[in-house]
Design a protein around this ligand. Structure first.
Ligand SMILES: Cc1cc2nc3c(=O)[nH]c(=O)nc-3n(C[C@H](O)[C@H](O)[C@H](O)COP(=O)(O)OP(=O)(O)OC[C@H]3O[C@@H](n4cnc5c(N)ncnc54)[C@H](O)[C@@H]3O)c2cc1C
Length: 196
């Protein structure tokens, strides 16, 4: 059940996802540089998926103000250091991520001097179609000593990741510009791919 975007961007690399063979774009796997490192501390404002609110239509899973837990449904190895992660949520809801936006994820990495949970926070750009219902896909390069990507690498089906968003970078509306030129490098490949 690959998303439209997943199919559209499909290239040579064949991966096994959910027991079925699927294609994905391994070329986008090269992700480096220009990355802001964000850390924050434990927060009570954690939302759970069964609390997804319907505020008008369509129903969305993301909440820009609260950390929402998303369950890992499946993973697929795309290259020696890049993995595809599919997270699931209410099948009647969309993720709620617009074109040219990203999400932030967080994972606990111990405690600070006051005993509060310390988190590593990193942004990611889902590669699934924004209109997909019930799931989103992340393509993540795993760094040998990468705090968050190593955390992703240890996840198993059924584990949860806390996500907040969308983090809007540009509010795009159809035909807002006559011509659009895109130049991408490093992490920019993800945003570029999802905007195509
Ligand atoms: C808008 C945006 C969207 C993004 N989307 C994606 C995406 O879709 N997919 C994706 O894969 N990435 C994406 N990124 C990059 C992502 O946010 C992270 O920066 C990336 O996953 C690395 O984070 P990390 O915590 O694993 O690595 P970090 O812990 O931040 O480490 C970064 C680098 O430093 C090295 N390093 C860390 N600690 C040490 C040490 N003690 N000694 C030597 N070297 C060390 C690591 O090996 C790695 O090479 C995006 C970034 C942005 C800004």
């Amino acid at each position: 059940m690959a998303s439209t975007l997943f199919k559209r961007l499909a290239k040579a690399t064949t991966v096994s996802f959910g027991g079925q063979t699927k294609s994905t774009f391994g070329a986008i796997a090269a992700v480096t540089g220009g990355i802001s490192y964000l850390y924050c501390y434990s927060s009570p404002n954690l939302a759970h998926l069964d609390e997804v609110k319907v505020e008008g239509s369509p129903k969305v899973a993301l909440n820009p103000d609260k950390w929402v837990e998303f369950k890992l449904q499946d993973t697929a190895r795309v290259s020696h250091n890049t993995h595809l992660f599919r997270f699931s949520f209410d099948p009647a809801a969309k993720l709620g991520l617009d074109i040219a936006s990203c999400i932030i994820t967080r994972a606990p990495i111990g405690q600070d001097a006051e005993g509060k949970t310390k988190y590593v926070v990193r942004p990611y750009t889902p590669i699934s179609d924004p209109d997909s219902k019930g799931y989103f896909d992340l393509l993540i390069k795993v760094y040998p000593e990468g705090k968050m990507s190593q955390h992703f690498a240890t996840l198993k089906s059924g584990d949860v990741v806390e996500v907040k968003g969308p983090i809007e970078k540009l509010r795009y509306s159809p035909n807002m510009k006559k011509h659009i030129g895109m130049i991408a490098g490093g992490t920019g490949h993800y945003s570029n791919a999802s905007s195509n």
